[in-house]
Unconditional design. Structure first.
Length: 608
């Protein structure tokens, strides 16, 4: 080491410093320093990769997911608690909470940038949205602390923080797909927006020419055509359908009332409303619905991908051969076992839709397949329903091949008495599946519906109501016989394929039961009207209101109508995400209203 140090501290004036062998003797030191720097570089890169891997795992964990949701919830509560004439301590708490939440959201953004990388981070639309909201919050905080911007500008800028509420859509797959599809629809309707704007300008100028300065009535009118901005607002009001007929009546009165020149004025308003509302605005809805269908397709594809992954894991755990295949490199495994299907969006980008497991599709070549697959009983909940494609765009009802085969009779006993070979039960089965019986029941349902519409609600004791009451008893008896025949043929409810295992059959049973109860109440009231029971029985007669459900019994007989009702229920189940997005938008604009107008005395916006 002494020699080592002597080599280092040689003075440039010495002869050894300029000796040609001096640097050769110092070469081990240079190589040592180079190796140490390379080692430190490799160690730092390895440590960086390890940290990024840990951060990436933390960002994608469930704990991080729920933590972000909790922070968004706290941010929402902080914004919603703001109101007019609030105490100073609440204002201080809101400011501190906003700064703390802003710091946490900034840390989340930086952590994602570090773990994913800048290029991978900004590929996602939601990451760009998050960075925009965070940068807007930082800018707002700087402007508020430095007091550069006016209070109105600060209130407008604070509205940006409301966009944090939409961070919840990032962690909800179906909701995320819905928001992405809505954004895609905004891109698609850009040209249509220009056309709508030109349409509004043309009719605004035409309205100024026709009605400018002519809405001078006794009371002050808000919807006028006196200037161009007011004319734009009036035309937009007519397009939205908000009290547009009152504006049309004012235009008619401006030209002398409902006479010859005044009635011609309504042509302007009718053309404006029909072309603007029923044509242009509905085109907006058509584009949005088309993009929502793409969102539904993407959501179903993601569900299929998750199910394929679960099946693959179960197959690997169950089969030892799969465990050996699991040892293959991941690249070869992806090439051999999965095929990626990509869906092309409207803007030309390709999104991975689903991955198909080849083992699940092809199956085992040596596997014996049953040429006669076992089908479920048609009397179950999904009875005699045609195969409909899974997705948001089903085929038209005219293209669906409806099954007209007779519903098979279950092998279990009906009422614990009649076996499936019993002659009486076989006869009941033939009767209820005969076309004449089905058409006859439909005819009786039509007649009973007409009788309900023909009742006199004012004179309950009229002769017409008495005749219709007797007819109602007859219809109730016929429908009761139908229910008994079907229960005898298929059984009540204990076994698979029975009568009550179908929702439409339960609807029939409820309607007929209500009719039986109401008929029984009428007979009891008739025999006991001389006693003190009449007032109590009249209260129970409210059940007769449920007889209006009787026309719904036709749904179970008309196959096309049945499938239409099923489509309606499917649509109701799928509007949950749209309701959530609408609620978020309403909440956001309500908070914006509080931010902008809470100090305006004329508006009296006191609380959210």
């Amino acid at each position: 080491h002494s020699q080592f140090h002597s080599y280092i501290f040689l003075h440039p004036s010495s002869d050894l410093y300029h000796h040609p062998t001096c640097f050769l003797r110092l070469y081990p030191l240079q190589s040592f320093l180079t190796s140490q720097s390379a080692f430190l570089s490799r160690y730092s890169r390895r440590w960086n990769r390890l940290c990024r891997r840990k951060c990436r795992a933390a960002v994608k964990s469930q704990v991080f997911y729920w933590l972000v949701i909790f922070l968004v919830f706290l941010n929402t509560l902080t914004i919603a608690s703001e109101h007019h004439k609030q105490p100073q301590w609440l204002t201080d708490v809101q400011d501190i909470a906003n700064k703390v939440l802003l710091a946490l959201f900034t840390g989340e953004m930086l952590l994602k940038m570090y773990s994913l990388g800048l290029q991978a981070y900004f590929v996602s639309l939601f990451n760009r949205f998050d960075s925009f909201v965070v940068c807007g919050g930082i800018l707002e905080t700087i402007l508020v602390e430095t007091k550069i911007m006016s209070p109105l500008g600060i209130s407008v800028l604070r509205c940006v923080r409301l966009l944090r509420i939409f961070k919840i859509t990032r962690y909800w797959n179906s909701l995320s797909n819905l928001v992405a599809s809505l954004l895609n629809s905004v891109r698609s309707i850009a040209s249509l927006l220009l056309l709508l704007f030109l349409f509004i300008i043309i009719f605004s100028l035409l309205g100024m020419q026709l009605f400018g300065g002519k809405f001078n009535f006794d009371d002050t009118r808000r919807s006028t055509f006196d200037n161009f901005p007011q004319s734009l607002l009036t035309v937009f009001q007519i397009l939205t359908g908000e009290d547009w007929n009152s504006v049309m009546y004012d235009g008619i009165m401006a030209y002398g009332g409902p006479s010859f020149p005044g009635m011609l004025v309504c042509i302007y308003f009718i053309i404006l409303f029909i072309c603007g509302n029923y044509i242009l605005l509905n085109v907006f809805l058509a584009i949005a619905v088309d993009n929502l269908a793409d969102a539904e397709s993407l959501t179903s594809a993601q569900k299929e991908e998750e199910e394929a992954k679960e099946r693959k894991k179960l197959a690997r755990l169950a089969s030892p051969e799969k465990r050996q295949d699991n040892e293959k490199p991941p690249i070869e495994e992806k090439k051999s076992e999965k095929i990626e299907l990509k869906s092309i969006t409207s803007d030309g980008e390709t999104n991975t839709a689903t991955k198909i497991n080849m083992d699940d599709c092809c199956g085992d070549e040596n596997e014996e397949k049953n040429p006669y697959p076992v089908n479920d009983y048609i009397g179950d909940e999904d009875e005699d329903e045609p195969e409909m494609p899974v997705g948001p765009r089903p085929r038209p009802l005219s293209d669906i091949q409806l099954k007209e085969k007779a519903i098979p009779m279950p092998e279990a006993r009906a009422f614990f008495i009649f076996s499936h070979t019993n002659k009486f039960r076989v006869l009941c089965h033939k009767i209820v599946n005969h076309n004449i019986f089905t058409n006859l029941i439909l005819f009786f349902i039509l007649l009973s519906s007409i009788s309900l519409a023909a009742e006199d609600p004012v004179k309950n004791d009229s002769f017409r109501n008495q005749i219709l009451g007797y007819a109602d008893h007859v219809f109730t008896g016929l429908f009761t016989i139908e229910i008994i025949l079907k229960m005898t043929a298929y059984g009540a409810f204990l076994h698979k394929g029975s009568f009550c295992r179908n929702y439409f059959n339960i609807l029939d049973l409820v309607v007929v039961s209500v009719s039986l109860i109401s008929s029984g109440i009428q007979w009891i009231e008739y025999f006991l009207s001389s006693g003190g029971w009449s007032s109590a029985i009249n209260v129970v007669k409210i059940l007769r209101v449920l007889r209006v459900l009787r026309p719904l019994r036709a749904i179970n007989r008309a196959k096309g109508l049945k499938h239409v009702v099923q489509c309606v229920f499917v649509a109701i189940r799928t509007i949950g995400n749209i309701v959530i997005v609408t609620t978020l938008l309403q909440f956001m604009f309500a908070c914006i209203g509080v931010q902008l107008f809470k100090v305006k005395k004329s508006e009296q916006i006191i609380r959210l």
